[in-house]
Design a protein around this ligand. Structure first.
Ligand code: AMP
Ligand code: MG
Length: 518
């Protein structure tokens, strides 16, 4: 394995002077050196052939003992210095102080094909930031992260990626339901890849400690290495930086809304400074279109991170990033203006996104109303979001709309006349509106199919892969990995995954409800 190593974070930013791996507050530093934990009997479950190519490792090399050892933390690649990052965060609306990479260990950074990548292990043992937890990850959550991050990438959603999924061979104790019944589960390690894993929280922790010197170092570092086009650091550059982070964050969330992805834990420590979807925990996919849905049982009461609230939370998180960057800018007004632009841009971009889902490209003053009325109608009875939008592209004015989208209803037998009438009335407006567009039905169908995925990682699909993998059968991981590489294409042999959630999955743990215990 000859990797083009290009470490920057641990070379250019201040390191924790303490080298012992003890849990503590780490000050005056951006990271702590730490070695991954040796595992009992590591074994590979899956490797992403695409990420291998991206980082310049051959398939042959990925089968070597060395690959396995490096990407399970059992050996450290020569000339590299693994470390855990120091960050803080606002969790569920409250400042939580220092959090940090409690179970993520950064291995190294590389450059390949003009791209910069940071590689890290999730679940490779404790770090100074592990607080009261063990630094480990279980198989179920690792499969969910591995499959979903790659699926999101192919859906066109900005995201961190995954290179490999392995079993550690160790057992990990978890209380899945937080009901006092902990049990041992298989431990696993995902190697994740991203241009950078810096989060809003990396800035927040320094700012909260009044460590302006290191706050400036980190911000300058981020601009120099990841926002180079913004130019040399200055007050203006910091504002441009904040503006770009704001735009990227909004862009990412609009994509989430488009595909029906609910992150589940949008704490500021889970917000990437590059606007990437990061930290796949108790996330979920909308089955029935429901603005109020959240997959995270920890959030069941207040539903802070519910589907419809994600754009607001994005703004709330950016407000806290603005606060963190304030000492470098010392002017409130321009920061406020950027935050205000988020609201305006959200209205514009969200409308454009919804219009694209409906195959509407010209402007009409009633479009917003048409979309709001669709969103209301979609929530009358349980209606599968993915199937609805995918099948909508088959509609034309000569067809009965209700019949076209019928497959999306979870209980079609019991739909009342009233609901049926609402659908008929919506389709009649939609049909009229379509006549204003210049595209043929076929053209519209093709355009809509590029934004309305046919295949997403439905919650129960990940669970089926988990159950099989747990029994030692890795075939479903491979099947789903391949399926989700082409989410917008028709895959006739895989039609079975274009189906509503089966009844058994409705209230099953892991399918509709997830806790943070991963
Ligand atoms: P999360 O909400 O999963 O993003 O995690 C919030 C914080 O808890 C981060 O600092 C994580 O690194 C840390 N954390 C989560 N799970 C573990 C674990 N099993 N061991 C150590 N730290 C953890
Ligand atoms: Mg996290």
């Amino acid at each position: 394995m000859k990797l083009n190593l290009k470490d920057t974070f641990n070379k250019e930013l201040p390191a924790d002077v303490v080298l012992e791996n003890t849990r503590r507050q780490v000050t005056n530093a951006c990271f702590s050196y730490v070695s991954p934990k040796k595992t009992t009997s590591p074994s590979l479950i899956h490797v992403s052939e695409e990420m291998l190519q991206e980082i310049g490792i051959s398939e042959e090399e990925s089968k070597s003992k060395k690959f396995l050892n490096v990407f399970t933390g059992n050996s450290v690649l020569e000339n590299t210095n693994p470390y855990a990052m120091c960050y803080g965060g606002h969790q569920f609306g409250n400042w939580a102080g220092q959090l940090g990479d409690g179970r993520a260990i950064n291995l190294f950074e590389i450059e390949h094909k003009n791209k910069h990548w940071a590689l890290q292990l999730k679940g490779a043992g404790e770090t100074p930031y592990s607080r009261t937890a063990d630094g480990l990850a279980v198989l179920r959550s690792s499969i969910r992260e591995y499959l979903c991050s790659e699926a999101m990438y192919h859906l066109g959603v900005p995201t961190t990626r995954a290179l490999s999924l392995s079993l550690s061979g160790d057992k990990v104790l978890r209380d899945v339901l937080y009901d006092g019944n902990p049990a041992y589960e298989k431990g696993a390690i995902v190697s994740r890849v991203a241009e950078s894993f810096i989060r809003f929280g990396n800035f927040e922790i320094l700012s909260s400690r009044n460590d302006v010197e290191n706050l400036k170092k980190l911000t300058d570092f981020t601009i120099k290495n990841h926002f180079k086009h913004l130019g040399k650091p200055s007050k203006e550059t910091y504002l441009d930086f904040f503006k770009e982070v704001t735009n990227r964050t909004l862009e990412m969330i609009i994509h989430w809304q488009r595909v029906g992805f609910v992150h589940g834990v949008m704490n500021t420590d889970n917000m990437s400074i590059l606007g990437l979807t990061i930290d796949y925990g108790p996330y979920g996919w909308l089955e029935g279109f429901d603005f109020g849905w959240t997959p995270n049982t920890t959030d069941r009461q207040h539903k802070r991170y519910r589907f419809a609230n994600q754009p607001n939370i994005g703004l709330w998180n950016l407000y806290h990033l603005a606060n963190a960057l304030y000492p470098l800018i010392e002017e409130v007004k321009p920061l406020e203006e950027i935050l205000d632009s988020y609201k305006t841009n959200f209205e514009i971009k969200s409308l454009a996104m919804m219009k694209s889902k409906l195959g509407l490209f010209f402007d009409d003053e009633n479009d917003l109303k048409l979309i709001q009325s669709l969103e209301d109608t979609l929530q009358l009875v349980e209606t599968d979001m993915t199937i609805f939008f995918r099948n909508l592209s088959d509609f034309n004015v000569d067809k009965n709309g209700f019949d076209v989208i019928k497959k999306a209803f979870y209980d079609v037998e019991n739909i009342s006349d009233e609901v049926r009438n609402q659908w008929n009335s919506w389709f009649s407006q939609y049909g009229k509106r379509l006549k204003q567009e210049g595209f043929s039905d076929k053209e519209r169908n093709e355009k809509m199919n590029l934004v309305n995925p046919k295949y997403v990682l439905r919650n129960y699909m990940a669970q089926l892969a988990i159950d099989k993998t747990d029994k030692g059968d890795y075939s479903l991981i491979e099947e789903l990995y391949q399926l989700l590489k082409n989410p917008y294409k028709e895959q006739p042999t895989q039609e079975k995954w274009f189906a509503k959630r089966p009844e058994w999955a409705k209230n099953k743990v892991g399918c509709s409800m997830l806790s943070c215990s991963s």
